[in-house]
Each structure stands twice: as structure tokens, then as C-alpha cells.
Design a protein around this ligand. Structure first.
Ligand code: ARG
Ligand code: ZN
Length: 873
């Protein structure tokens, strides 16, 4: 079935109240659902009620307390149709279903993870629990009663505020929960089990006390303290920046070890992948800490953008996700370094979203058709969706943006809203027409802006000519021009911002580029300006400029916009790499411009730049970025060779300076996961890699691995060892020491798996096969599969795309195996081949064949076949 936005119809009935009773049992859980049903339009002639199910077994059914006759309804695993309804405008329907949480390995609906019961209902998992209007525009007030074994399940949680609890005899007990805020079924959650807990408190701006708790496996309580700290900071930040206060007496978070995604914003009961909750110095890297902070924030921020205001239908997914990603980005920027955060965001966007938008899985931020909604939790919906919100802020300015947000939150509180509602709030608050801008939601493909410039000395004019097109998405002749906000500056030779008379379409520091092609003439310029454009990555585009090396070097040194300084450096490295790939193909020896090599030394030494920025500037574009930039006929081996040669050259040219800076950035004193320390660690670890390449041996990294007191340094050293010196004795020693230290902690061992899965070269295929037999590996746990197979297929270009096809063979085996139990996991893995068309012919044909064989398999899930068919189309 294909679902289309244009087919949206409101439901025939409303469900103002939903009562659920769960009698928990590992294999035979009984669910009693009592729905108060109300005709939306009592005058309409509606004679049947159709509710969604998924794999359900119906045990009993009654209306207003009377059991239904066999001919009054039809129940299949996937659907319940009641054909004889009372004529009254409202009635009560009670449905009993039986489910098997233990056997639920798809991790949707109610399932067991490490012996604990938990749920995941977004997007359509609630229908695996009971028959329901499982759609986001049917909002209901939920009352829940959970009955379970007291010994196995001392903790019983659901949404909202806690109510009565007590003993039932026979070793069983119960707890009741009531959520006063009407919500769609996808926000329902239940957790039951034997869990450890840490508790804290928060008082909201208006003085309302909230009890906070984070539930984790026993013995891991200490590792949840950072997440709790991040939660309190999130609650405060949302009050300060958006005026959003929390609205229940309790806020609970539960960490589970089998989870398909990062986390889930269920009202008052967030459920998290334990990877994004647990952290301490010895087991988590600085990146892990930053992710925990961001995701704790993200799920918390959903309480307003997602829960209080939800989506009318799943086509509107970016309404809550794009906006909430924007909010979590801003949160992290405020907690850490804004410039560094922005650079990291853009790198992620380019590495993940650009290839999606430019390839066969490309779709608009607000799609209007889908087969399987789970496949639309994409980087386009999330990250590009966030960029669109950011552009609204750029166009409106800080103040009008906040006014628009305030209006949106006020006007739509309690609604299931649309993107049109969202945009309208900004239009009304700012008295602006955003209809052209809205195209960003509907037109897919990465916009491309080509610029050229001319300076007329005698007239004192500077002409900027812009032209827009796109990579991916609809054909150029059918595209409409987007309104692209380009933040810019015109710099003098001393780096100062020059004064000018601005042409029409330029508003302060923003060029509003709104035509397929347009010239902007700036007047009153006595010297030739140096253009800095798309500052802060104000628009998520590919920019083709006419800047020469001198221009880029100037921006790298002088731009007041930190993002564009980084961008200039990145562009210089990208050009050097592209050049080297060309040389590599002709068999010529690789060499790099000396000024690029010395630039790296100067950046490393520049104490006026924060260490985290220097670390990012010293990191060349990834192999995947380089592949996307080249765009066609990709030979991953040539790309790898070019990149490693550049790194070795940089290392050798700057060894003495790097060594000094490495020493100067050592951290004395106790570990802190803050921006300052993590910046220093990342600079040191980038340098460690360069120095090891210059050394040509594992000694330095081995020493660092042995001395490291924290996971960040340990992992960094271990990666250098494994990736640069895979066959060295030191590498073997350190790998086994790591394995031994964390043999009983699979979450930490995932890092060890991931490092090995990303060792360059085709021998890694055999290594990954061997690791699949490791006792810590499990095909049923998404974190394990992603750490080993996900890393192999998405972050190891040379091995995955081995010319002999062995990487694809392994990949197909694993995806197929995953698909038998967990289609969502399989579909997620399968996107690794989305850019197959840009490979060189031999690999391209092998990749196509792999995709075709997988797609033809009998029993292939809807999730997986949807991805495979679109990828092949
Ligand atoms: N709403 C969750 C979040 O982004 C993610 C849910 C993903 N669901 C899915 N079916 N893939 O916070
Ligand atoms: Zn989200």
C-alpha cells in the first residue's frame, strides 16, 4: 500500500478517554482496553468502526458492557471492524487482546529487553498492543493499570502522574498511572522490571516541583548521573530560551539495552537506548557525553514540540523532528562552543543528508507519499528539517522568530498540527509572506548555488551574480526558485568589514536570493572586497564559488565568522584531495601544495583558536565526503590512498610543531566531560594520529593507550593502532587488553567492535565475519549489529566496497538475517548502498546485483523492500 498526503481524512470517531489494563506475563500478556468513543459528526451516517491492529489475537470484545455477537464484528491480526454500532453519539468499547512480549524481536509494541518489559509505539507500534485508531491526530486521555509479578517487576511505570498502587496477593502487585494531557497513541509507554534508579528534583519557573528519576540496570546508577545533569539543564534552558515549562509531577527516563533508535519522547516517560544515557570517565568518550546531552535535551524538548503540539499525520513528521533537532542544536550550542557545534552539524549534514538528498532515497522534508513510515525517520526529515527552521530564524531575525514560536506554541497547544500551521505562525507574527520560502519543505534535492563576482574599480561597484540549481530532486526545468538566505560580509584587505550601499534584496547581513538567477550590485566600494558568503552555513546548499587559493587562505586567516574560517580550510583540503585522487589515477606520485601543509602547522599553533576548532580544522574531509564531492566513477581505494597520503604529508611536514602542541595541551587535574577539556583531548588525538603517521610506527599510540585514564584517549589511541598499524604486536596487545577489561560490558565492547570493523582494506571482511562469532555479538541487539555491521558498511569504504564483492556478500547475509526478526534494523542497514550508482563500473555492477538479489528474496519485509526498490529504481 502507498499512503498519500492528499488522502488525509479525519477519523469518524474521537476517543476522549482510553483505559488500559495490562496483566503482564512474558509469553501471555493480557491487555484490556476500554475506549470511550464519540462520533465526530453525530449527523453523519457512519455505520462501521475500523481500528488498526498488527499481529493481534482478540480474546473478547464488548460494547457498553455487552459482549458482541459473532456477526457484529470482524477481527483479523491486522484489523478490527465493528459492523453493528449503537446509534448513540457515544459509547464504550472494551477489547481484550493477548500478546507475547518475549517473542517480540522487532522491538515495536510491548517487548522484553534483558528481562524488563518496555514499549516503543512510534510510529505504528501501539497497534501491536491493542486495536486502536493508531494515528497521531486522535488524542486521548490515558489511564493505565499495570499488574505484574512483584519479584520480577518491582518497578511499574507508565505516562503521566502516578496513582494508586498495591498488593494483589499471589506475589503480584499493581500500579496505576494517569496522564491528564490528551495524547496520540504513539506517545504511550509502559515499563516494568527490576531496575536501579537515581532521583533528583526540579522546580519550574512558576514554582511547580517535579520529581525526576532515571532507571537503569542495577549497578549502573552512577553512570546515569551525567544524563540527570543534562536533563536539569535542558529543563532550565527550555524555560529560558523558549518559555516552555514542564507540565507533570514526575519526569521519568528509562535506559534499555535493546532499542531500535536513539530514544523516544513518550509523555512523562522517555525511553532511551542505554548508549545515550550511560557514561563515566572510564567507559564513555567525549563524543558519547555530547550525544547524551543532545539526546536528553532532544527528547525533553519534544514535550512541547511533539507532545503538547503533535503531528496531524506522519507526513508532518518534520513538524516535530526538524523543530526539535533545531532546539537541541541550539541547546548544545549554548552549553558548549557555538562555532564548534555548527561545524560539527554541517559535517554531519554533508556526510549523511547530502548523499541521501542526492541519491535514490531523496525525498522532501515534508514528503507527500510513503509506503513504510519507519523509513522516513531520515536525516532529511531531522537534519534538513532543522536547517529549514534555522533559515526561518535567519530571515526573521532573533526577535520575530521568538514571537513566531510563541504564537505557534500558544495557538496550537493541544493540536495535531501541520507544517502549514507552523509556517503561518511565523507569517502572522512577523507579518511576512513565507510562501516562496515554504518550497524548502516540498522540493527535494540539495540546492546548488553558483556564484561569480566582478569588481569595477572606477565605479566602485561589486557585482555578485548568483545562479541556483540542485543536485538530486526534480529536474532543473521543473524546479521553482527557492528563497535562499545567504549571510555574507565584504572584507577589506585588513580583514575589516567594508561599508557599502546595498542593493535590493539585501537585508542587513542577509542576501535574500529568490530567483533562478540574479545579480546584486553593491556600491560605494573603494577597494576590491573579499567576499565571505553563506556564513554560519546559513543555507544548506552546495556552493560553487570562484575563489582562488589566496582568497581561501585569506578567509581562513581573517574571517570574523568562525564557521567560514573552517569552511575555507576545509575547501583547501578538499581541493588538494581531489587533485590527489586525479594524480592517483594516472599513477603519478602524490604531492600536496607546501602552503597547505604549512597552513596545518599554523592552525595547530594558533592559540587564539580554541583547541576544538583547531581539531576540526586539522581533520581532512572524510572519504565519504570526498566521494560525494567527486560524484561519479568512485574508486574507494584511490580515495583512501589520497587521504592517507595527505595526512602523512601533513604529519611529516609539521612533526616538530605538532609534538610541542601535543605536549602543551595535556590536561592536568581531574577529568571533566566539558567543552574545554574535550576540545583539548580532540586536538591532542588528531595530532597523535598525524605524529604516528610521521613516525611510521605504533610506539607513540601504544604509549598513549597504556597511559590513558579515560575512554576518549584510550579509544583514540586504539583507533590509531588498529587503523594505521593493524598487524603490529602493540595493536594486538591493546585490542586484547580492551576486550578483557570490558568483557562483561557489551555496550563498551561495541566501541572495540566498531574500531575493528573500520580498519581499512578488504581483509576486514574476514575480521568482521570472525567478530560475528564473538560471545558479545548478537544479531538480535541493534546496538551490537550497528557497531559491527553498521560501522563496516557505512564507515569503511575500502572494505565494504572491496573490489571482489566480498564486502557486499557479507552485507547481504547480515541484512537478510536481520530482516527475519527486525525489519526496521534491516532497512536501516540497507541504506548503506544508496550511493551505489556513483561507484566505478565493476563495483557498481556488483552492488546492483547485491541489491537485486536482496529485493527478490521471498519474505522480504515491507520495510526492507521499500528501501531496496527505491534504491534500485
Ligand atoms: N521520536 C523519536 C525521536 O526522534 C524517534 C522515533 C523513531 N521511530 C521510528 N519508528 N524510527 O526522538
Ligand atoms: Zn525526535
Amino acid at each position: 500500500t502507498v499512503f498519500r498526503l492528499q488522502d488525509y481524512r479525519p477519523s469518524d470517531f474521537l476517543i476522549p478517554e482510553t483505559r488500559l489494563i495490562f496483566r503482564l506475563d512474558p509469553r501471555e500478556t493480557l491487555v484490556t482496553a476500554t475506549l470511550s468513543l464519540e462520533r465526530r459528526d453525530p449527523a453523519a451516517d457512519v455505520t462501521a468502526l475500523k481500528l488498526a491492529g498488527d499481529g493481534l489475537v482478540l480474546k473478547s470484545i464488548s460494547i457498553d458492557g455487552k459482549a458482541l455477537a459473532a456477526d457484529a464484528y470482524e477481527a483479523t491480526a491486522d484489523c478490527l471492524i465493528i459492523k453493528q454500532l449503537p446509534s448513540s453519539s457515544s459509547f464504550s468499547l472494551t477489547i481484550e487482546t493477548e500478546i507475547d512480549p518475549e517473542e517480540n524481536k522487532a522491538l515495536m509494541g510491548l517487548y522484553r529487553s534483558s528481562g524488563n518489559y518496555c514499549t516503543q509505539c512510534e510510529a505504528e507500534g501501539f497497534r501491536r498492543i491493542t486495536y486502536f485508531y493508531d494515528r497521531p491526530d486522535v488524542l486521548s486521555i490515558y489511564s493505565v493499570r499495570i499488574e505484574a509479578d512483584r519479584a520480577n517487576c518491582p518497578v511499574l511505570l507508565s505516562n503521566g502522574n502516578p496513582g494508586a498502587s498495591g498488593d494483589l496477593g499471589d506475589g503480584r502487585h499493581f500500579a496505576e498511572w494517569h496522564d491528564p494531557h490528551p495524547k496520540p497513541s504513539y506517545l504511550f509507554a509502559l515499563v516494568a522490571g527490576d531496575l536501579g534508579v537515581i532521583r533528583d528534583h526540579f522546580t519550574t519557573a512558576s514554582g511547580k516541583p517535579v520529581d525526576l528519576a532515571i532507571y537503569v540496570e542495577h549497578g549502573k546508577e552512577e553512570r546515569a548521573l551525567y544524563a540527570m545533569d543534562a536533563l536539569k539543564r535542558s529543563m532550565k534552558w527550555d524555560e529560558d530560551v523558549f518559555g516552555c515549562e514542564y507540565d507533570l509531577d514526575v519526569f521519568n527516563i528509562v535506559a534499555v539495552s535493546d532499542f531500535n533508535m536513539g530514544a523516544m519522547e513518550n509523555k512523562g516517560l522517555n525511553v532511551f537506548n542505554d548508549k545515550y544515557v550511560l557514561a563515566d570517565e572510564k567507559t564513555a568518550t567525549d563524543v558519547d557525553y555530547a550525544l547524551i546531552e543532545a539526546i536528553i535535551g532532544h527528547e525533553y524538548f519534544h514535550n512541547w514540540t511533539g507532545n503538547r503540539i503533535t503531528c496531524r499525520d506522519w507526513f508532518q513528521l518534520c513538524l516535530k523532528e526538524g523543530l526539535t533537532v533545531f532546539r537541541d542544536h541550539e541547546f548544545s550550542a549554548d552549553q558548549r562552543s557555538r562555532a564548534v557545534k555548527r561545524i560539527a552539524e554541517v559535517r554531519t549534514l554533508r556526510t549523511h543528508q547530502f548523499p541521501e538528498d542526492q541519491g535514490p532515497l531523496s525525498h522532501p522534508v515534508r514528503p507527500d507519499v510513503y509506503k513504510e513510515i519507519n523509513n522516513f525517520y531520515t536525516t532529511t526529515i531531522y537534519e534538513k528539517g532543522s536547517e529549514v527552521v534555522r533559515m526561518i530564524r535567519t530571515l526573521l531575525g532573533e526577535q520575530a522568530f521568538r514571537a513566531g514560536m510563541d504564537l505557534y506554541l500558544k495557538r496550537h497547544d493541544g493540536d495535531a498540527a501541520t507544517i502549514e500551521d507552523f509556517v503561518k505562525s511565523f507569517e502572522d507574527a512577523a507579518k511576512l509572506d513565507l510562501s516562496q520560502f515554504s518550497l524548502w519543505y516540498h522540493q527535494n534535492g540539495t540546492p546548488k548555488v553558483t556564484l561569480s563576482t566582478a569588481y569595477d574599480q572606477t565605479a566602485g561597484t561589486f557585482t555578485l551574480h548568483l545562479k541556483q540549481s540542485a543536485i538530486g530532486g526534480p529536474a532543473l526545468n521543473t524546479r521553482k526558485p527557492l528563497l535562499i538566505p545567504l549571510v555574507f560580509g565584504l572584507l577589506g584587505r585588513d580583514g575589516s568589514e567594508l561599508a557599502y550601499t546595498a542593493p535590493q534584496g539585501v537585508d542587513g547581513s542577509v542576501i535574500r536570493f529568490d530567483a533562478m538567477e540574479k545579480s546584486f550590485v553593491f556600491e560605494g566600494l573603494k577597494e576590491k572586497p573579499i567576499l565571505s558568503i553563506n556564513r554560519g552555513f546559513s543555507a544548506p546548499i552546495v556552493l560553487k564559488d570562484d575563489f582562488d587559493v589566496a582568497h581561501r587562505l585569506f578567509l581562513a586567516a581573517h574571517d570574523s565568522d568562525a564557521f567560514n574560517r573552517w569552511e575555507a580550510i576545509n575547501a583547501l583540503l578538499m581541493d588538494a584531495l581531489k587533485n590527489a585522487v586525479g594524480q592517483e589515477k594516472t599513477g603519478a606520485a602524490l604531492d600536496f601544495p607546501p602552503q597547505i601543509l604549512s597552513l596545518m602547522g599554523k592552525i595547530a599553533e594558533n592559540d587564539s583558536l580554541e583547541p576544538a576548532f583547531r581539531a576540526l580544522a586539522l581533520t581532512p574531509p572524510s572519504e565519504a565526503d570526498l566521494a560525494r564531492e567527486i560524484g561519479e566513477n568512485i574508486d574507494p581505494d584511490a580515495i583512501y590512498a589520497a587521504r592517507i597520503a595527505l595526512q602523512a604529508s601533513i604529519g611529516k611536514a609539521n612533526a616538530a610543531a605538532f609534538e610541542k602542541i601535543y605536549a602543551a595541551n595535556a590536561i592536568n587535574g581531574p577529568f571533566a566531560p566539558d567543552a574545554e577539556q574535550s576540545g583539548k583531548r580532540s586536538l591532542r588525538n588528531v595530532l597523535l594520529d598525524y605524529l604516528s603517521l610521521a613516525d611510521g610506527g605504533p610506539g607513540r599510540a601504544h604509549q598513549s593507550a597504556m597511559q590513558s585514564g579515560n575512554m576518549t584517549d584510550r579509544i583514540a589511541a586504539l583507533s590509531v593502532l588498529a587503523h594505521r598499524f593493524p598487524d603490529a604486536d602493540e595493536t594486538r596487545t591493546e585490542l586484547s587488553r580492551f576486550e578483557h577489561d570490558f568483557r562483561s560490558d557489551p555496550l563498551v565492547l561495541d566501541k572495540w567492535m566498531q574500531i575493528q570493523a573500520t580498519i581499512p582494506g578488504e581483509q576486514t571482511v574476514a575480521r568482521v565475519r570472525a567478530l560475528m562469532n564473538h560471545p558479545a555479538f548478537s544479531m538480535l541487539n541493534p546496538n551490537r549489529v550497528r557497531a559491527l555491521i553498521g560501522a563496516f558498511s557505512s564507515a569503511n569504504q575500502t572494505a565494504f566496497h572491496s573490489a571482489d564483492g566480498s564486502g557486499y556478500t557479507l552485507f547481504a547475509e547480515v541484512v537478510t538475517k536481520a530482516d527475519e526478526r527486525n525489519p526496521q534494523l534491516a532497512a536501516r542497514l540497507a541504506i548503506a548502498l544508496r550511493s551505489w550508482r556513483s561507484l566505478e563500473p565493476v563495483r557498481r555492477e556488483k552492488a546492483r546485483e547485491t541489491l537485486a538479489v536482496m529485493a527478490a528474496r521471498e519474505g522480504c519485509s515491507i520495510d526492507l523492500s521499500d528501501i531496496l526498490e527505491r534504491t534500485l529504481a
